[in-house]
Design a binder for this molecule. Structure first.
Ligand SMILES: *[C@@H]1O[C@H](CO)[C@@H](O)[C@H](O)[C@H]1NC(C)=O
Ligand SMILES: *[C@@H]1O[C@H](CO)[C@@H](O)[C@H](O)[C@H]1NC(C)=O
Ligand SMILES: *[C@@H]1O[C@H](CO)[C@@H](O)[C@H](O)[C@H]1NC(C)=O
Ligand SMILES: *[C@@H]1O[C@H](CO)[C@@H](O)[C@H](O)[C@H]1NC(C)=O
Ligand SMILES: *[C@@H]1O[C@H](CO)[C@@H](O)[C@H](O)[C@H]1NC(C)=O
Ligand SMILES: *[C@@H]1O[C@H](CO)[C@@H](O)[C@H](O)[C@H]1NC(C)=O
Ligand SMILES: *[C@@H]1O[C@H](CO)[C@@H](O)[C@H](O)[C@H]1NC(C)=O
Ligand SMILES: *[C@@H]1O[C@H](CO)[C@@H](O)[C@H](O)[C@H]1NC(C)=O
Ligand SMILES: *[C@@H]1O[C@H](CO)[C@@H](O)[C@H](O)[C@H]1NC(C)=O
Ligand SMILES: *[C@@H]1O[C@H](CO)[C@@H](O)[C@H](O)[C@H]1NC(C)=O
Ligand SMILES: *[C@@H]1O[C@H](CO)[C@@H](O)[C@H](O)[C@H]1NC(C)=O
Ligand SMILES: *[C@@H]1O[C@H](CO)[C@@H](O)[C@H](O)[C@H]1NC(C)=O
Length: 709
């Protein structure tokens, strides 16, 4: 049963009902429940079926009917078949989606919000009234969550709910680490379930240019990336890594898929600091003292950056874009003119607004930054968001480093979101943090909770130590608890720490549109079990089907020859495929095999999956996220061995026969000053043994995957 608590809500003087959920929601339950299995249809009010929310940041807002279709897919994942129809009124067992008076839904500053909604549930069905289609979408998230928390039923009752802040989300450093489009789309689905609406993508950056150590040549070779791909001659040579970039088509796919769940992609191209990628392209644009900074007084610099923006602005479907402008350490006036020139250019070319990281606060002595450029505050040593910005009429997004995460290792920041701070970092509001709290230690630095210039909050994940520090999914694990904990407070919810643990654990298995944990459904702890021992399984002559001896029926296919001695004869031109692709922590994957020959000792692929490949190089190697993680051991040739890969929590191991486990680790470079070793958590590859390009011959006796490590 869902726990219903009464409590005083943030900035609401009256006593209101509150239901658990992430975020918490104001909903007054009455007696009784509507079982999810009674839901037969989603009816979209015909007056509003094609309506869209034009007041949010996205320029490609879905219609109410589009959201209804996505919702129907989500219900299906809970085994509820609901048809989607357009109609004038609800019918028995329907979820009726309509729009209402948007002025009823007010944000923390008391302004109308398009993201509010009302929800009523009775024995006849569910009505969701949105301030806009996006508001109705958030209402559908409440329905899904309440159904999970009440074991497949939704309490009768009613409530209405509005987010306090319009910008709620996360920032991912996709500059110093690539992330594939599908990963980003799954992250959006995860965020959306908790009503976050913004994924800020940092699309260009470089490793720290350690001028104390690096020669000019080394700086010009340092890892620096620009993640968008265009064939335009204006940017020819800027991006040399097409396989780790987003084409316009891919970027559209990401933006369309995310916004289908209410999440807007906010793109950032960073300059004039963190700008080494532009200097590697045109070395004359760099400051001789630090090549990662643009020399703004070079007459080519501003035109070059304008041309980059002109090329890529058509990719972006949002009203605001981010030009970075973080950590520039040269001339302030140059910097300010650069920012204003870029903002004017972006407005002229695309009618978009500009955002920057707070860096040089306004001073009488400077040609200051235009007040219609929004500020993303991150550190008090850079700026004071209240005194420098809000008091001067700048709007501010709260990205204070209270919630900074640096993937895998850092001298100063944590590796997962420090969620206890969301429950416990503020003397007011029972200790709870909210987006208007920039300073958790000194209340004098915070505006009142209804300050209209506070846009909301976005929590970043940085990849300071580059591409080989982590695999894609480790960004998800760094955020797994952080997204829901932050989402509650970014909306204005009031979940306590113990409520969070209780609710999150129940909701987590049912988040639609993603399988970031790479779960495989299974009846027992053995997920997959192929073996070719014909004493216990008889194979049909000429059949290419390989039975699964687990209880799951994951039947495989092969075009290798099954030999009479109970093994599969592996040749470089044949394969064994399973219907699975990847398995996340925890797992043990065991191959019982013998290698006769390798075509190339440094590039043999034993088994391939969607997140990784197990290789011999000749060292036992996992290739994942574009990087090779190697052990010092290899496997003996012409001997039958059990080779196991074990994923246990944040670590990954390999073991030969009953030998000692050896751990895969990442060896990160720390700013040219040294190395750090850290665990790496790589998913098991479970899609195909052998296959074209695998490059080995030998025998395979069995393949077994369990969820025990
Ligand atoms: C839902 O529909 C599918 C076919 O579209 C059917 O196989 C399934 O049994 C239905 N489920 C329920 C719970 O009605
Ligand atoms: C939904 O709204 C209709 C009017 O459009 C009303 O007749 C019905 O009672 C409402 N249902 C619920 C569950 O509130
Ligand atoms: C910046 O560019 C200007 C104009 O090209 C040049 O005179 C100056 O030396 C450059 N400064 C540095 C520090 O590179
Ligand atoms: C430009 O953007 C502003 C603010 O987002 C909007 O009010 C205006 O209608 C837009 N103008 C055009 C021509 O699209
Ligand atoms: C932003 O502010 C600057 C400086 O005041 C002004 O020139 C520009 O027109 C403004 N842009 C918009 C879209 O209002
Ligand atoms: C901020 O804007 C308000 C309202 O437009 C105006 O009254 C006030 O003078 C402005 N303050 C500053 C410091 O610009
Ligand atoms: C708190 O912030 C105010 C305003 O910035 C400042 O004047 C004061 O010194 C700060 N107090 C402490 C203890 O740091
Ligand atoms: C097995 O199938 C693969 C992919 O379709 C093909 O390239 C290969 O030639 C086939 N091998 C055999 C032995 O049939
Ligand atoms: C992209 O290509 C480079 C060069 O071939 C390769 O090293 C890297 O692993 C590839 N990246 C991915 C994600 O596969
Ligand atoms: C591969 O294994 C050899 C032999 O154990 C070892 O010397 C070498 O360092 C290993 N390579 C890597 C990249 O770990
Ligand atoms: C994986 O194993 C580790 C270590 O035994 C354990 O702490 C963790 O909870 C397990 N994770 C899962 C998802 O089972
Ligand atoms: C990982 O990348 C860093 C650069 O960030 C490099 O110094 C280091 O050698 C790489 N590690 C391995 C094992 O190649």
């Amino acid at each position: 049963m869902i726990t219903i608590l009464l409590c005083v809500l943030l900035s609401t003087p009256s006593v209101t009902s509150r239901s658990l959920g992430i975020p918490t929601t104001s909903f007054s339950p009455s007696h009784g429940h509507l079982s999810l299995s009674n839901i037969k249809s989603i009816i979209v009010d015909d007056q509003y079926a094609q309506a869209v929310d034009e007041s949010g940041q996205t320029l490609i807002p879905p219609t109410l009917q589009d959201f209804a279709k996505t919702f129907a897919g989500d219900l299906k994942s809970l085994h509820v078949n609901a048809t989607v129809a357009v109609g004038k009124q609800p019918s028995s067992g329907s979820v009726f989606l309509t729009l209402g008076d948007s002025s009823q839904y007010r944000d923390a500053a008391g302004r109308p919000s398009s993201e509010g909604y009302s929800l009523t549930v009775s024995s006849s069905g569910i009505n969701i009234t949105g301030a806009s289609p996006l508001g109705a979408w958030w209402g559908t998230r409440t329905v899904l969550q309440q159904a999970v928390l009440t074991d497949g039923a939704i309490p009768y009752g009613s409530g209405s709910d509005t987010p306090g802040w319009a910008t709620r989300g996360m920032m991912l450093d996709a500059g110093r680490h690539y992330y594939p489009p599908e990963f980003l789309v799954e992250m959006c689905a995860y965020m959306s379930y908790f009503k976050q609406n913004t994924l800020h993508l940092h699309l260009s950056d470089n490793l720290y240019n350690n001028v104390g150590i690096y020669t000019r040549e080394r700086s010009l070779e340092l890892y620096a990336r620009f993640r968008l791909w265009s064939e335009s001659p204006d940017v020819s040579g800027l991006n040399k890594y097409q396989n780790e970039s987003y084409t316009r088509e891919q970027f559209d796919y990401i933006q369309n898929s995310c916004v289908a769940r209410g999440v807007t992609i906010l793109p950032e191209i960073e300059a004039p600091g963190h700008a080494l990628v532009f200097v590697q392209w045109k070395p004359q644009l760099g400051l001789s003292s630090d090549l990662s900074l643009l020399n703004i007084s070079n007459p080519e610099t501003i035109p070059t950056m304008k041309s980059v923006w002109s090329t890529f602005l058509p990719f972006f479907h949002t009203k605001t874009v981010h030009i970075g402008a973080d950590e520039y350490t040269a001339e302030v006036n140059d910097y300010n003119s650069f920012v204003n020139a870029m903002a004017n250019h972006i407005r002229t070319v695309s009618n978009k607004s500009t955002r920057i990281w707070g860096t040089f606060p306004p001073k009488d002595a400077y040609n200051n930054i235009h007040k219609n450029i929004s500020m993303q505050h991150w550190e008090f040593f850079e700026d004071n968001p209240l005194y420098d910005y809000i008091r001067n009429n700048y709007s501010v997004l709260n990205s204070d480093d209270t919630y900074y995460v640096v993937n895998k290792w850092s001298g100063s920041y944590p590796q997962v979101v420090p969620i206890s701070r969301t429950f416990n970092s503020n003397p007011a509001n029972n200790g709870m943090w909210y987006p208007y709290i920039f300073d958790t230690r000194n209340e004098t630095n915070n505006p009142p909770s209804d300050e209209p210039l506070v846009l909301g909050a976005v929590a970043p994940l940085w990849n300071d130590y580059g591409a080989n520090a982590s695999v894609y999914s480790e960004a998800y694990y760094a955020w797994k608890d952080g997204i829901p904990a932050l989402a509650d407070k970014q909306w204005g919810g009031s979940l306590t720490s113990s409520e969070f643990d209780q609710v999150f654990e129940k909701l987590h298995p049912y988040i639609p549109g993603q399988n970031l944990d790479r779960n495989v459904s299974s009846k027992t702890s053995t997920l997959l079990d192929y073996s070719f021992d014909n004493s216990s399984v008889s194979y049909a002559v000429n059949s290419d089907q390989v039975p699964d001896r687990s209880m799951n029926g994951y039947v495989g296919t092969t075009n290798c020859t099954i030999t009479s001695n109970g093994s599969l004869a592996m040749e470089p031109n044949c394969f064994l495929a399973s219907p699975l692709s990847s398995k996340g922590r925890n797992y043990t994957l065991t191959l019982t095999l013998l290698i006769d020959e390798m075509e190339d000792r440094t590039a043999t692929k034993l088994i391939t999956g969607s997140d990784s490949i197990l290789m011999l190089t000749p060292n036992i190697t996992l290739f994942a996220s574009g990087e090779y993680f190697r052990l010092t051991s290899t496997i003996p040739l012409k001997q039958k061995v059990d080779l196991s890969i074990i994923g246990r929590g944040t670590q990954t191991f390999a073991k030969i026969n009953k030998g000692k486990e050896e751990e895969f680790v990442t060896k990160m470079g720390i700013n040219g000053e040294g190395f750090e070793l850290a665990p790496i958590a790589i998913e098991a590859p479970v899609e195909m043994v052998g296959g074209p390009g695998s490059g080995w011959s030998g025998r395979l006796w069995g393949l077994k995957l369990t969820n025990v490590a």
